[in-house]
Each structure stands twice: as structure tokens, then as C-alpha cells.
Design a protein around this ligand. Structure first.
Ligand SMILES: Cc1cc2nc3c(=O)[nH]c(=O)nc-3n(C[C@H](O)[C@H](O)[C@H](O)COP(=O)(O)O)c2cc1C
Length: 396
């Protein structure tokens, strides 16, 4: 496509959004080898570092990889959150970021068990993180570990360990000709431990249209709200150089998008106007994802404490690895669960439709933590980048 034609197609002010539409969350392959080396498995031999090398492959919002780890005490791993790696617009209370710490802890514990260590996980040894993200940065927040894990000989090996490095999130349309069976949902949920996280799902043809609409309409809110749309655009990493430099975020490596970037047409400074070609491209991605959802699963907790958010993350990654084992795609569509003002009607609707209750008013009320679409992808799902493990190390 030549430059003039491209401009006619997407419109000059919308290139970055078009990028999100054509490739950002699509199955972009061909990432530089170093950016995806984590998926080859660790070369580390020290047990805690080896476990860490597995844990950084955990699913997490926008692939921010918000984890920090201190190994300064013998036989202890202290996990902290990186207060700079948060999503203030779409995740203003850090709930999703902490789910992404639960996924990390689950992989860490499982990888230690695989090496013959049991883990005593003490959450919030110095108190929970403050409710407001802004306070995560100051002394009251950023120094408070999420968890202190004490190792001892033992640990029970978990069969789901085998799927850690095969687990990937399918961010593409599913095959609409391949239904998901009710039995598959049972298998998925059977991977969960009995505990405080409730899980449910449906493939009922009578329920799917309303849930697909919920995904689509809530996505419209995210992409029509300039500050929330821009939050995703700012996380684009385009082409091998940017992907290698950051090894996080929304990595895009398609020839088309790289060409647009090279000729200066990738504007990442503004959100696209509603109705512009770039906006329509982003919308088309969400429409495709929503309309090809062949089933849904969701996780909720009886309250919304920081520990319950962590537990939800632990349950989620178990479920996604179980999905990997049975060859089923599990893809979070978190828009309806986002807690910014404009999303409130869909946050309410999601709780009514999925839990039969109003949205939580306090942290003691039942809260949806994950809402995911199910289906089969026509092609294998590629790995996403991860940073080198040294980048996660701090000394405290
Ligand atoms: C709490 C949470 C929320 C997420 N929400 C979304 C989402 O709304 N849309 C999406 O495409 N992926 C979502 N993801 C998946 C991440 O984008 C994905 O884990 C990350 O990009 C890394 O890719 P990987 O899981 O294939 O390693 C979510 C993951 C977590 C843990």
C-alpha cells in the first residue's frame, strides 16, 4: 500500500489506533529471539532464580510485568510491586495489577515445588498496599512487600507445571465453526483448588449473545474515552528495536505497522476521534473478539481485599494452564470489569448478569475479578516478550 492510499484508508490522526486494530493484540509473531527467550526455559541453576525465570512468564495486564523481587535473605523470596508499572486509567485501584501478582506467585510456588521446595507464602507481611495507586509510590506503599515466601525442603509437584512454558493468551478471533463443549468448561474449572475464588462459565447458546454484547459495548467505552485509549497506545512497542529495548507492553512486529512507523505515520500522542478510521479499526478488533467468543468463564471472590485479588490471580493462571493442557483458548476481556467512571454501567451490568447481584459497593461485597472468552484459535498462539530476570531484582 503506498503512502497516499494508506492515508486515505486510515486517516492521518488515527494511525496508532489502527495499529491496535491490526496488530497490537493480534497474534504477532517473529519477535526478536532475545525478547522471547524466557519461553525456552531457564538456564538458571540457583533454585530461587530458576523459579523466578518461570514466574516471569505469568499472564499480567498489558504485559507490564509489574513484579520486583528481593533475594537478599537466605531461603526467602520477597515479592514487591513496581509502582511505575500500573494502569491508572483503566485499573485505578490496582486490582488487575494485583491479580497479575497472584499469577506470578502461583508460578513461583509451583516452580519451587518442582525443585523440591515447599513455600510458606505470607501475604502483605507489612500490611496491604493502600487503596489509591498514587500512594503505592510513597514510603507508605512501595516498600510494603506483596509477599514474603519462605522456602523449606519438600513441596508437592503439580502436573500443571508441565504447561507453564506452553501457556499463551490468544488475542485473536476464535474459529466460529468450532464450538466449545460444556465438558470443556468442567475440565477447566477442575484445575482450580477449593478456596475462596468462585468460578463459573457458560457455552449456552441462549446466553452467549448477551455476553458477547457486554464485551463489545464495554470495549466501545474504553476506546471512545481518550485517556483510556491512550493508555494502551502508549504501551505499543513497534518493531524489533522497540520490542528489544522494552520487552514488555503491547508488542507489534507486522511489516505494515513497522512501515507506517518508519515513515512517521505512527502518531502515539493522541487517541483517535470516535468514528475515525483508526477508531473503526480498533473497534473491529473488539467486535471480532467478542463475536467469536464461543463461551465464557468468570472468576469472583466473596470480597475484594488485596489478598482476594491475589487469590483470583492464582486461580486464573491455574485455569489458563488447564486450558493449555486441553488445547482451549482463554482470553480475558476485562473492559466491563474496569473501574473508571465511564465504565460504571457495564461494571454494574457484568455483576448483574454474571453474579445476579449489584456491583460491589464495599470491599466486603462479592466482586468479579476475571471475565474471559473461550474458543479455539485457527493458528498456534505466539509467545509474548519478557524482560531479563535481572530487571526484576531489587535489594531490600
Ligand atoms: C488481570 C488481567 C487482565 C487482563 N485483561 C486483558 C484484556 O482485557 N485483554 C487482553 O487482550 N488481554 C488481557 N490480559 C492478558 C494479558 O494481556 C497477557 O497476559 C499479557 O499480554 C501477556 O501475554 P501472555 O499471557 O500470552 O504471556 C489480562 C491478564 C490479566 C492477568
Amino acid at each position: 500500500m503506498n503512502r497516499r492510499l494508506f492515508i486515505r484508508v486510515v486517516g492521518q490522526s488515527s494511525i496508532a489506533a489502527a495499529t491496535l486494530g491490526v496488530g497490537a493484540c493480534a497474534a504477532t509473531s517473529g519477535f526478536p529471539a532475545a525478547a522471547i527467550e524466557a519461553w525456552q526455559g531457564p538456564s538458571e541453576t540457583e533454585p530461587r532464580r530458576r523459579a523466578l525465570a518461570y514466574a516471569i512468564t505469568a499472564p499480567n495486564p498489558h504485559n507490564l510485568q509489574p513484579w520486583l523481587v528481593s533475594l537478599s535473605e537466605t531461603d526467602v523470596i520477597t515479592v514487591l510491586t513496581d509502582p511505575e508499572r500500573v494502569l491508572p486509567e483503566t485499573d485505578p485501584f490496582g486490582r488487575q495489577i494485583l491479580i497479575g501478582h497472584g499469577t506470578f506467585l502461583e508460578l513461583l510456588v509451583m516452580s519451587l515445588a518442582e525443585q523440591g521446595f515447599s513455600s510458606n507464602v505470607a501475604l502483605w507481611p507489612q500490611g496491604e498496599l493502600p487503596p489509591k495507586l498514587g500512594n503505592w509510590r510513597n514510603a507508605a506503599g512501595s516498600q510494603r512487600p506483596v509477599a514474603r515466601i519462605t522456602l523449606a525442603p519438600g513441596g508437592q509437584k503439580d502436573p500443571l507445571f508441565a504447561h507453564i512454558l506452553k501457556r499463551h493468551t490468544p488475542k485473536t478471533d476464535y474459529d466460529p465453526a468450532r464450538p466449545v463443549s460444556a465438558g470443556s468448561i468442567e475440565k477447566l474449572l477442575s484445575g482450580l483448588r477449593a478456596g475462596s475464588v468462585a468460578a463459573a462459565g457458560t457455552v449456552d447458546a441462549g446466553r452467549l449473545p448477551a455476553l458477547r454484547d457486554l464485551c463489545e459495548q464495554s470495549a466501545v467505552v474504553e476506546i471512545s474515552t481518550p485517556r483510556t485509549m491512550l493508555e494502551s497506545i502508549k504501551l505499543l512497542r513497534v518493531g524489533p528495536d522497540e520490542i528489544l529495548a522494552s520487552r514488555d507492553g503491547i508488542a507489534v512486529n507486522s511489516t505494515f505497522v513497522r512501515a507506517m512507523s518508519a515513515i512517521g505515520l505512527l502518531d502515539r500522542s493522541t487517541a483517535p476521534a470516535v468514528g475515525s478510521a483508526g477508531y473503526k479499526n480498533a473497534l473491529a478488533r473488539f467486535e471480532g473478539h467478542s463475536r467469536t467468543a464461543m463461551g465464557f468463564v468468570w472468576l469472583s471472590t466473596l470480597g475484594n481485599s488485596r489478598s482476594q485479588q491475589i487469590e483470583a490471580g492464582r486461580a486464573y493462571v491455574r485455569m489458563q494452564r488447564r486450558a493449555t493442557e486441553i488445547g482451549l483458548g482463554v482470553h480475558p476481556m476485562s473492559q466491563a470489569l474496569q473501574e473508571f467512571t465511564e465504565m460504571k454501567p457495564f461494571y454494574e451490568q457484568a455483576h448483574q448478569v454474571l453474579l445476579g447481584k449489584p456491583a460491589p459497593r464495599t470491599s466486603a461485597d462479592e466482586t468479579l475479578q476475571m471475565f474471559c472468552r473461550l474458543g479455539y484459535t485457527p493458528e498456534a498462539v505466539p509467545a509474548t516478550p519478557r524482560r531479563a530476570i535481572e530487571k526484576f531484582m531489587v535489594s531490600i
